[in-house]
Write a protein that binds this ligand. Structure first.
Ligand SMILES: Nc1ncnc2c1ncn2[C@@H]1O[C@H](COP(=O)(O)OP(=O)(O)OP(=O)(O)O)[C@@H](O)[C@H]1O
Ligand SMILES: [Mg+2]
Length: 442
């Protein structure tokens, strides 16, 4: 099991900064990300080099170049001691586009100008996390694919609305051949949303996993647009689901060859029964409402994901958020789940009615509505998590920082997941009280 701030035997994050203002700003963001603030250390590039020469590199490293007389030379020295895959972000006070270009050419992911803003820092770290989580390959030789699971904390929170909208945007706006797998086998609404008949494809796959291959996929999936195919079922409610999950694993594997993106509408019970499905997902979108039940189960699902899918980028999305007072305020909700929400989608009856009337996805039916902007941003974040592999061959340096002259250490994780999100309370008061950290929910 992995602690949230660990990935294998590496820390998720470390920073070496030169001044107190940067230190304080960065620490506040790092706490929000669930990482230990003491990993933000005083000291610049030279301290980073000394420290990394004798310890494992973090997944994401932030270095302050302010006290470096020759940043490019020092960055090359840093490359010598950095393990492969490290995402390095530089900060400094020199506003010079040539320096920026040279740093990027030497493998630096980004260069942030001081003074740092909290919002910009947070965006940069979320993106760095996504880049670290994205599978690496040699670009041209590895087929590009991004797999996303969408899970609701509670029934009816809008997980399927988000899943169908994401699949639609990836296929139509981002032009990615996309598979939508609706694993709500009895009550799924993926096909219904798109005004399609689900057919027998998924039922056949469950009944005969050995038949699943490229040809089966081609025949069994229902086309929603030129780039989007869907596999779903409306299994009779008299027929219990009898499967060991092999079919789902095989389907996801076949999608990897046949499509560039997979979106899985993953009901919570399927998450519990077939946790191995998460192994192939790079991004997990957790959809919730701002309710007491949503907070409790958000905590439990986030904790579960930290233990069972530490590689995945987890995006926390509040949906159906009322414009006025709701059951729990955004602040209280974020305090209880001990992390920030990444995206907030308003409750919009009109948009939902429009989608139902037109037989289109929530986003497809309301293209000009402000309500769908956060959904677009989620699709962009999913695409960004794949950005490392988007770069044309040769655009990314094969040498340089994070490319690894220092050998990677074997992943030997001794960490236990005590889960900072392991609060299980029966009331919001309890959820918010630090003293209530008694139950462990995953
Ligand atoms: N932002 C929103 N504003 C208004 N209505 C919404 C919004 N998002 C979803 N809905 C509506 O909420 C209902 C439930 O949505 P959906 O089926 O996507 O939820 P779910 O989490 O998948 O539910 P289930 O637990 O049954 O799988 C639908 O009628 C949908 O149109
Ligand atoms: Mg659903």
């Amino acid at each position: 099991m992995n602690a949230p701030w660990k990935t294998g035997n590496r820390d998720m994050f470390a920073a070496f900064v030169c001044d107190d203002v940067t230190l304080d700003t960065l620490r506040s963001v790092v706490i929000d990300m669930g990482w230990p603030p003491e990993k933000v250390m005083k000291g610049g590039l030279r301290n980073a080099i000394q420290s990394l020469a004798i310890t494992a590199s973090p997944a994401i490293l932030m270095v302050d170049l302010s006290e470096s007389g020759d940043p490019l030379n020092d960055i090359n020295a840093l490359a010598e001691v950095c393990e492969p895959g490290t995402v390095v972000i530089a900060v400094g006070q020199v506003n010079d586009v040539r320096l920026y270009r040279d740093l990027v050419a030497s493998g630096i992911q980004d260069y942030l100008l001081k003074p740092l803003s909290v919002g910009h820092l947070r965006d940069t770290l979320v993106q760095a996390q996504a880049i670290f989580a994205a599978p690496r390959g040699d670009g041209a030789a590895t087929k590009r694919h991004i797999a996303t699971a969408v899970v609701g904390t509670r029934g009816g929170v809008g997980a399927s609305t988000v899943a169908t909208s994401l699949a639609w945007m990836l296929s139509a706006d981002h032009k990615m051949p996309t598979a939508l797998l609706d694993l709500d086998v009895h009550f799924g609404t993926g096909a219904l949303t798109l005004d399609l008949e689900p057919g027998r494809g998924l039922t056949d796959a469950i009944d005969n996993p050995s038949r699943i291959d490229g040809l089966f996929i081609e025949r069994a999936m229902i086309r929603a647009n030129d780039n989007l195919a869907i596999l779903s079922a409306e299994a009779p409610i008299s027929a219990p689901l009898l499967t060991d999950g092999t079919a789902f694993q095989q389907l996801v594997e076949e999608f990897r060859h046949a499509f560039e993106a997979t979106v899985v509408d993953l009901p919570r019970n399927m998450l519990i029964n077939f946790p191995q499905l998460l192994a192939n997902m790079q991004v997990v979108v957790v959809v919730t409402e701002l309710t007491l039940g949503g907070a409790r189960d958000g905590i439990r699902i986030l904790s579960w994901l930290k233990s069972n899918a530490p590689h995945a980028l987890v995006l926390m999305v509040a949906n159906k958020v009322p414009s006025g007072v709701g059951e729990i305020s955004r602040n209280d909700f974020e305090t209880s789940i001990e992390r920030k929400l990444n995206f907030v989608i308003p409750h919009d009856f009109k948009a939902a009615a429009n989608a139902a009337k037109l037989g289109q996805t929530f986003v497809g039916a309301n293209r000009t509505s402000k309500t769908v902007l956060p959904l677009r941003a989620i699709a962009d974040a999913i695409m960004a998590s794949d950005a490392d592999r988007d770069a044309p061959a040769g655009a990314k340096p094969t040498k340089g920082i994070g490319k690894g002259t220092k050998p990677a250490r074997a992943a030997a994780d001794g960490g236990t997941d005590k889960g900072s999100n392991s609060v299980l309370g029966r009331s919001i008061k309890k959820l918010l009280s630090p003293k209530s950290k008694t139950g462990v929910a995953a």
